[in-house]
Every structure is written in structure tokens, then in C-alpha cells.
Design a protein around this ligand. Structure first.
Ligand SMILES: [Zn+2]
Ligand SMILES: [Zn+2]
Length: 343
């Protein structure tokens, strides 16, 4: 019985090309008390592997958070499989706007403590007492309301390339930091303002809204299905689009373009740019924004030090990384002294 992915990313990419089938990129989540996440995880892997599902799926005692891709012609079977699981019946599936057959190259189903690393102690508040869910049209109306404060619940590297006009975009590295910062910022407006929040696919707002209600905010609203569902609705229903720039996503595509506006700059030269890259130095992997010209000049690295490193032999590079094991594991996201134009 195969319970884990066996193909390398390269082998998988070749298979996808060979198959020549269109794939859909889909995400969904559900908070639900799962008795035995390990058994559930194995079940999902066995069934989804058969359906050629690829992606990153987290299963925990609190539910499931899935980002995946699937051959379009297996979608009906996949949906049937989901509907056969009691707590996933009719779960809202967010289907990506931009297609990329290689958004994921492996099927990874992992058991985690939580489906989102939110840093919260769920025992201390009622996680089911959530905010009011709004669709795109309702969200626009609430956004236009003068007593509304709109808050982006994502991290700095996400909101940097795209956001809702007028939203507060906290300069934070983690969801936990953002929760505290926003609460401190809005402490005098807990009762007289509408707190309107959004994130990529809606999952972070599920917890955040409950947390803020627990903290005394009276009027809490959240964008159902996040920016992904919003974008689909404005397109399909001809609603006014209030999101500008790109939506950062957590797969190989890195982002989806929503409007032609470029709201950020290359971190190396400052020219308008909203393309993220990871530093080509294996020992760095810094996530940052880099324009084509800088990419060519710097050979996809974040600094001259990293550029020099990639020209060393494999053995020399390995030697350099020795003793820096921990720092390699940290996926640095868009913060480094070497990036002159990172605000
Ligand atoms: Zn540049
Ligand atoms: Zn680097």
C-alpha cells in the first residue's frame, strides 16, 4: 500500500506534460473535530492518489486545509468523494482564476497540530462564534460604509503586491502578530465601527473573527472564501472590483493577477514590479520581489554574497551551509538588510 509520494517533482512534471490534460487548482478548508487525523490522512492519500490529486493538505484534530490540483476530468469523481465525507459534503471549493497545470508537483498530506499556524490557544475563546460572512457584493457595500475599518489579515509579503483599496495592511511576519497589532490599533473602536476582514481564501478570518468577538469587537464581518472567491464572483456577476494588484498564493504560481496595477517595487532597484522570487542560493531561499533586469544581473539571487555562493562547487556550498542548519530551515520571507527597496 503506497501512503506517500514517490515521484520527484521533475518526474511528475514530465508525466503532467505527457498526459496533456488540463488541471484545476483548488483550495478548501473545514474546521471540524477529527477523531483520528492519522487514519483520515491515510484514507485521503489512498483515495486522492488514485485520482491523481497533487497538493499540500494539512489534517489535524481541528479540521482540514487543502490546496491542490486535479485533472479537470477527475473533478466530478473528486467532488463525489468529498461529498461522501460527512463534514465535507458541499464544502466550498475555491477554484483558482489563473490556470497552471504545475501548480503542485507532489501529493503531500500531513498531520499537523493545527490547520493554520495561528499561535492561538483555542481553549480560551469560542472558535465557533464567528463574524458575519459576506459575499463580494455585500463586502463592497460594507467597504463603502464610512463606519467600516477594513483590515487585511495576511502577512506583509502578501499584501505588498495587492490589497483592497483603503484596507489596513499590517507590516507583520505572522498571523499572530497581526492579531495583536490590529487589536491595539483599533482598541477605541471596538463598538462603534464595523471591523471588516479578509484573507486569501477565508480560513484565517474564520479564527480571527471569533478571536476579535471574544476581545470585545461588536460588529465583525469577514469575506467568505477570501480574495479567491471574491475575484471569481466579481468576474461572473459583473460586480465592481475593489481589489487592486495581485493575489499572493501558496503554490508554484506564487500569485494570481487580479488587475493590471503594479502596487509594489523591485526590492533591488526600486522599479515598479510585483513578481516574487526565491533567492537561487540554496542556503538562502529568501522570498523577495525582483524585476527581470535585476534577475538577469543578479542571476536570481538576493545579494552579491549569494551570487558569489552559487558559483561555488556543490561541495563548497555545502561546506558554507554547515552549522547553519537552523537558518536554512527558516523560510525567510521578504526581509533582509540587503534589500534596499523593501519598505
Ligand atoms: Zn530591479
Ligand atoms: Zn540570498
Amino acid at each position: 500500500m503506497q501512503l506517500y509520494n514517490k515521484l520527484s517533482a521533475i518526474e511528475r512534471a514530465a508525466l503532467i506534460d505527457q498526459a496533456g490534460k488540463d488541471r484545476l487548482t483548488i483550495s478548501f478548508y473545514q474546521y471540524y473535530k477529527i477523531g483520528n487525523p492519522k487514519i483520515f490522512r491515510n484514507h485521503l492519500f489512498l483515495e486522492w492518489n488514485k485520482l491523481e490529486v497533487l497538493g499540500r493538505i494539512y489534517v489535524s484534530y481541528e479540521g482540514i486545509n487543502a490546496q491542490l490540483s486535479i485533472p479537470a476530468d477527475h473533478f466530478i469523481l473528486f467532488k463525489k468523494h468529498l461529498d461522501a465525507i460527512s463534514f465535507l459534503e458541499n464544502v466550498r471549493l475555491n477554484i483558482a482564476v489563473e490556470h497552471d497545470n504545475k501548480s503542485f508537483l507532489k501529493l503531500k498530506v500531513k498531520v499537523r497540530d493545527k490547520i493554520v499556524a495561528d499561535g492561538l490557544n483555542d481553549e480560551t475563546f469560542d472558535v465557533t462564534n464567528k463574524g458575519v460572512h459576506l459575499n463580494a457584493k455585500e463586502f463592497n457595500e460594507m467597504l463603502a460604509n464610512p463606519t467600516t475599518i477594513c483590515v487585511d489579515m495576511r502577512n506583509h509579503y502578501e499584501s505588498e503586491i495587492g490589497y483592497f483599496e483603503g484596507a489596513i495592511t499590517p507590516d507583520v511576519d505572522t498571523f499572530r502578530d497581526s492579531l495583536d497589532l490590529i487589536e491595539a490599533d483599533l482598541k477605541d473602536n471596538k463598538e462603534d465601527k464595523n471591523l471588516l476582514m479578509y484573507c486569501t481564501g477565508g480560513i484565517r478570518c474564520e479564527k480571527a473573527s471569533a478571536y476579535y468577538k471574544h476581545k470585545g469587537f461588536k460588529n465583525v464581518f469577514q469575506l467568505e472564501g477570501g480574495i479567491i472567491a471574491y475575484t471569481r464572483q466579481v468576474k461572473e456577476e459583473g460586480i465592481d472590483n475593489k481589489f487592486i494588484g495581485k493575489n499572493f498564493v501558496f503554490d508554484h504560481r506564487r500569485s494570481e493577477r487580479i488587475t493590471p496595477d503594479v502596487v509594489s517595487n523591485c526590492h533591488q532597484c526600486g522599479s515598479p514590479c510585483d513578481t516574487h522570487t526565491n533567492c537561487a542560493n540554496e542556503g538562502c531561499h529568501l522570498l523577495f520581489i525582483q524585476c527581470d533586469a535585476c534577475s538577469e544581473k543578479m542571476e536570481n539571487t538576493c545579494s552579491t554574497a549569494c551570487q558569489e555562493t552559487i558559483h561555488l562547487s556543490y561541495e563548497e556550498q555545502k561546506e558554507l551551509r554547515k552549522g547553519k542548519y537552523a537558518s536554512n530551515k527558516i523560510f525567510k520571507k521578504g526581509r533582509s538588510e540587503v534589500l534596499k527597496f523593501k519598505e
